[in-house]
Design a protein around this ligand. Structure first.
Ligand code: NAD
Length: 355
């Protein structure tokens, strides 16, 4: 282990890191368990090429902590964990299957302390391979996990977050007639656009894949805007559903919206950006709360829920979580990001006291 790997492990505040070097493929496997205060850790397995193994470990640690916050914010009984397969080059065929099975054996030795699922760079097919050697994996068995695509559930959560934000900002959660900018019309943005359109929103869409934006805009009668001009669009809601870090010291002064509420991960470049939004009077729905719908859907299926309507009802509770966060933030005149973090700490502290 390099000195930097050791230093990363030494300085991390999570519970444990499981590290294995997979000799046949030259892959570093990292399983980061951030907190199991609420239950067994549950988070995706990412496979990608990193410049250095240390970058893979850092990614696993950061993402695992993010999962702790996500589960706690929506009060689901799972812990924060994430795994990273830091491959030397993209793997296919037997090499890929071999790595995934050896990763499965490693999961088996943890005895259910961590359950893996699909993430960036892995597929349901990969999870089926892992499932050949361990049951501590989700999304592999169609009988247990009838939903394969989390996107529409994440979109439902975002819709709920938008309602909570509108209620807080205008005293009326109705979407009818609100101008909403959706940045990125992929797996989450497209179903979100359909849901908002059904409720009478006036939509502006933007996507670097201009044909994709155009096709959806034609279907829904929506406006489109070029990606580089998107953040200057006057709107009630800006829903970032593409990439992270769109909110920063340069972009925030330009925003012409009342609310930021979208699915993208890591929307803020730095946590101070939440204060910048707050100072401008723009209500920010913390990303890890509003985008928890897909995770909740998989968590519910893991707990044995098969009924889509029941899963949807649980996802819809994101609205209540965000209402509480917005109310707390307003009472203390702080940003919703600070209020969300306090909520996370409170939920974790209660769980620790009860265990
Ligand atoms: P996706 O890849 O299906 O769609 C993203 C879309 O954004 C694509 O159409 C892409 O062309 C577009 N895009 C990329 N960069 C852009 C830019 N600079 N400006 C405008 N458009 C751009 O991804 P997705 O699954 O819809 O996820 C969207 C975001 O939500 C990501 O940040 C993801 O991490 C986050 N998220 C997704 C889920 C889920 O269930 N899929 C859950 C939680 C968080």
């Amino acid at each position: 282990m390099t000195d930097l790997l050791k230093e990363l492990v030494r300085s991390w505040e999570g519970e444990a890191v499981v590290t294995k070097y997979d000799r046949p493929t030259g892959t570093w496997i990292f399983i980061a368990l951030h907190s199991t205060a609420l239950g067994a850790a549950f988070g995706g397995c990412r496979m990608r090429v990193y410049e250095r193994p240390e970058d893979g470990l850092e990614d696993a640690m950061r993402l695992a902590e993010g999962m702790t916050h996500k589960w706690a914010a929506v009060e689901m009984e799972f812990g924060g964990g994430k795994s990273v397969l830091a491959v030397k080059q993209p793997l296919t065929g037997g090499d890929r299957a071999g790595l995934l099975r050896r990763f499965g054996h490693l999961l088996e030795t943890l005895g259910g302390r961590y359950m893996a699922g699909v993430d960036l760079g892995t597929t349901p097919e990969d999870m089926r391979t892992v499932n050949e050697v361990t049951s501590y994996v989700c999304g592999a068995d169609r009988n247990r996990f009838p939903i394969e695509d989390p996107g529409p559930f994440t979109a439902t959560g975002v819709l709920m977050g938008i309602r909570a934000a509108l209620q807080h900002r205008f005293g009326d959660e109705s979407i009818q007639g609100r101008r909403i900018l959706i940045q990125g019309v992929g797996d989450v943005g497209a179903p979100l656009a359909h849901m908002l359109n059904d409720e009478g929103a006036s939509l502006t869409l933007t996507d670097i894949d201009q044909a994709r934006a155009r096709t959806l805009a034609d279907e829904l009668g929506a406006e489109i805007v070029a990606p580089e001009r998107a953040l200057e669009v006057e709107c009630n809601i800006y829903a970032p559903c593409a990439v992270g870090a769109t909110l920063n010291a340069t972009s925030i002064p330009k925003l012409q919206c009342d609310v930021v509420a979208g699915s993208a991960n890591n929307q803020l470049s730095e946590s101070d950006d939440a204060n910048r939004l707050h100072d401008r009077g723009i209500l920010y729905a913390p990303d890890y709360v509003i985008n928890a719908g897909g995770a909740i859907a998989f968590g519910m299926m893991f707990k044995g829920m098969r009924d889509e309507a029941g899963i949807r009802l649980r996802v819809e509770r994101i609205r209540d979580s965000l209402r509480e966060i917005f109310d707390q933030a307003a009472r203390r005149n702080e940003s919703p990001l600070v209020a969300a973090r306090k909520r996370v700490d409170r939920v974790l502290e209660t769980a620790r006291r009860q265990s």
